[in-house]
Design a protein around this ligand. Structure first.
Ligand SMILES: NC(=O)c1ccc[n+]([C@@H]2O[C@H](COP(=O)([O-])OP(=O)(O)OC[C@H]3O[C@@H](n4cnc5c(N)ncnc54)[C@H](O)[C@@H]3O)[C@@H](O)[C@H]2O)c1
Length: 325
């Protein structure tokens, strides 16, 4: 299948591209390289430098590449930045998705997969979050993604586009070739690894008095390869018009458990200091992944904490400057 991958120079997108190529698909990357890495793109891979906000550029890219399917990872993704600069988030994540969908219809693309996020749920009432939980985002990032989901659903209803929306919980881990290289790095596992490697200041633990067994917040971490594999499965099995799926490990681990695991696996201490709990951070947030298990027949295979941490540690050790060397 010929697949256009937006955001294919970023963390999740690049690893999805790796799996797509391994599966024999024909891949074209579309990215504006604002956060993605040109060095992550091998010379033989076709990459189009296009901004999702540029409707004409997006239409030309999709018409020229004539994909059978689009996997749309391209987005701006930092929650606090979205609070400071909401316009950027609605322009890229919402209007950019509208541009891409309009181009997809012009080019008769049949299948579309959208990266969405657990941020669409906001602060759920129930710690085990199903796709039917109320959609009450508390940041412009979450709202911009929820609007993108709505636009996709409406395009599907109007034009018969087959689609999947994947709401990711926390993505982590690496392959031997590709890993996480965000600037700034806001995610817990790479931040804790960098603290253990002495590459940043001590990690701040936001809250130690939650109603959890060790007092730190519990979240759901899915290995990026498991996550990317769900996209491969959806590409070939999208028969209904569209469906929304949570993607996570389906199990929670606490911040303290992550720190303990890094220390145990690597033999390095994780320097950490206590900070206040963050507004809107619930004690426990875990994905109910039964729909992905039942409908897609997907299940996580390597989303145990040890596999996630050892793969991430290996990648960061071998790439001390990320994709820059
Ligand atoms: N990493 C996570 O834990 C996580 C969790 C939930 C959802 N997601 C979603 O997964 C997707 C990928 O996330 P990631 O962690 O790989 O992020 P990333 O920042 O590594 O990748 C995003 C890519 O999109 C590109 N991009 C940004 N703005 C663009 C624009 N205007 N035009 C074209 N390309 C643009 C960037 O250059 C980058 O390559 C995003 O849609 C994100 O919202 C990620």
């Amino acid at each position: 299948m010929r697949v256009l991958v937006t955001g294919g120079a970023g963390y999740v997108g690049r690893i999805a591209v790796e799996l797509l190529l391994d599966d024999g698909h024909d891949v074209v990357v579309l990215d504006n390289f604002s956060k993605g890495h040109a060095a992550a793109i091998p010379a033989e891979l076709q990459a189009l430098t296009v901004d999702l906000r540029n409707a004409g550029g997006v239409t030309k890219a999709v018409l020229d590449s004539r994909p059978d399917a689009i996997i749309h990872f391209g987005a701006v993704t930092i929650v606090p930045e979205s609070v400071r600069s909401p316009g950027l988030y609605y322009a890229v994540n919402t209007a950019g998705t509208n541009n891409l969908l309009s181009a997809a219809i012009d080019a008769n693309v049949e299948r579309f997969i959208l990266s969405s996020t657990a941020a669409v749920y906001g602060t759920p009432d129930d710690p085990l979050v199903s796709e039917n939980a109320p959609l009450r985002p508390i940041s412009p990032y979450g709202s911009s993604k929820l609007m993108a989901e709505t636009i996709l659903r409406d395009f599907s209803a109007a034009y018969g586009l087959k689609y999947a929306v994947f709401r990711y919980f926390n993505v982590a881990g690496a392959t031997s070739q590709n890993g996480e290289d965000h600037t700034p790095e806001t995610h817990l596992i790479p931040s804790a690894i960098f603290a253990a490697m002495g590459r940043r200041e001590p990690l701040t633990l936001f809250g130690r008095s939650y109603a959890t067994p060790d007092g730190t917040a519990i979240r759901d971490y899915v290995h990026v390869v498991d996550l990317a594999r769900a996209h491969m499965m959806a590409l070939t099995s999208l028969e209904q018009s569209g469906e929304v799926f949570n993607l996570g490990a389906g199990e929670g681990v606490s911040v303290a458990q992550i720190i303990d695991a890094i220390e145990r696996i690597t033999g390095h201490a994780v320097p950490a200091v206590d900070g206040p709990p963050r507004a809107g951070d619930p004690p426990v947030l875990v994905a109910d992944i039964s729909r992905a298990r039942n409908v897609l027949r997907w299940s996580p295979r390597q989303s145990d904490l040890d596999s996630i941490i050892s793969s991430a540690w290996d990648w960061h050790e071998r790439h001390p400057n990320g994709y820059s060397g």
